[in-house]
Design a protein around this ligand. Structure first.
Ligand SMILES: Nc1ncnc2c1ncn2[C@@H]1O[C@H](COP(=O)(O)OP(=O)(O)OP(=O)(O)O)[C@@H](O)[C@H]1O
Length: 336
């Protein structure tokens, strides 16, 4: 089983079957009895809408486990669901984790997977998994750059010969972009909006670079008016939302530039030839490829299915285990 245990979404790949589960990483708990009431999509619908005795939360923050018990509950639930309620046959699990995490954070993911029933747990650096899942020829002695923009972390990595040559991980990604929209709505429109609404605004009229489609679009947003305290609808425009996200976007662009500056010349030449690959849900932000291309002068592509790259990569590792185990344990973060 291959798992992308993400801040925003968890995906599971089963060898021979493909992706069998794709759910938001959210758990809703009955506080009185300490049992999960809902996990995944059902729990996400409860975010910000729960009465006092129920709490709906994300167990991961910035790509790492923030609440161990809830993360374990969630993993157990997903693994059981994949096994369709049958008794676990103690699977071997390959999990993608951000490359910049500490030893303690790695251990937390490994422990949660073991507690959830895994027989063997192997951790793979997310940029490596994303590159494999995006179809980059990572086995060749050529430089490839992948930028994986998830919910909590953005990872920029240069890969060659199946390993990470250099990487940088910043804890600014899709969720930070949504938070900037929330703050903007409050400050400029006096409108208090929830997490889900901010994400919907980003997906519908958010952009990183001007395009006529976005710049002419408007959206009606509902929230609570700060001054009157009453529900209100406000109309917003594409360009103001782009402007509201400029700060976190520049943090991502700077991380890419810093990584390029540190790249050895031969690999840098390869990256100029091959271009940069964008993966992760954040790659779906309109115009982000154009912004990175414009800022770096290097052609930038968006992976075919950015949200699935990491889990597809873990799946490929699983299905070619013997072949990849040798290479990964020697060169990068798989197994330790
Ligand atoms: N169409 C879209 N436009 C812009 N952003 C999007 C779109 N679809 C998803 N996202 C954003 O992508 C992010 C989730 O991406 P993904 O599922 O790759 O993250 P993750 O793997 O859970 O996070 P991490 O890697 O940080 O642990 C969220 O912030 C979400 O709002």
């Amino acid at each position: 089983m291959g798992i992308d245990l993400g801040t925003a979404n968890t995906l599971v790949y089963v060898a021979g079957k493909g992706i069998v589960l794709q759910e938001p990483s959210v758990v809703a708990i009955d506080k009185d009895r300490n049992i999960p009431l809902a996990v995944g999509e059902d729990a996400k619908r409860m975010l910000g809408r729960t009465p006092g005795n129920i709490v709906a939360e994300r167990p991961l923050r910035d790509g790492v486990i923030a609440d161990f018990d809830k993360a374990e509950m969630m993993l157990k639930h997903f693994i059981r669901r994949v096994h369709e309620g049958r008794t676990l046959i103690s699977p071997r699990i390959v999990i993608g984790i951000p490359s910049g995490v500490t030893g303690v954070e790695r251990r937390a993911v490994e422990d949660a997977a073991r507690e959830a029933g895994a027989r063997e747990v192997f951790l793979i650096d997310e940029p490596v998994a994303a590159a494999i899942g995006a179809g980059l020829p990572v086995a060749e002695p050529t430089g490839n750059m992948v930028i994986d923009i998830g919910g909590g972390t953005t990872e920029v990595a240069v890969l060659s010969l199946q390993g990470i040559v250099l990487s940088e991980s910043v804890r600014v990604a899709g969720d930070e972009l949504s938070d900037s929209i929330t703050q903007y709505m409050k400050k400029v429109h006096n409108l208090v909006i929830g997490e889900r609404t901010a994400e919907e605004i980003k997906i519908h009229i958010g952009s990183a670079y001007p395009t006529s489609e976005i710049d002419e679009s408007v959206l009606e947003v509902r929230g609570l008016h700060l001054l009157s305290g009453l529900p209100r609808t406000v109309t917003i425009k594409g360009p103001e939302i782009r402007e509201s996200m400029s700060e976190p976007l520049s943090v991502i662009v700077e991380a890419v530039k810093r990584t390029l500056e540190r790249t050895p010349p031969e690999l840098a030449a390869d990256i100029i030839d091959r271009g940069i690959m964008l993966a992760g849900g954040g790659a779906l932000l309109k115009g982000l490829d154009t912004l990175i291309s414009h800022e770096t002068g290097i052609v930038t592509h968006v992976a075919t299915d950015p949200l699935s790259c990491v889990v597809l990569g873990t799946g490929q590792v699983l299905e070619n285990f013997k072949q990849l185990e040798r290479v990964f344990s020697r060169r990068s973060g798989l197994g330790f």
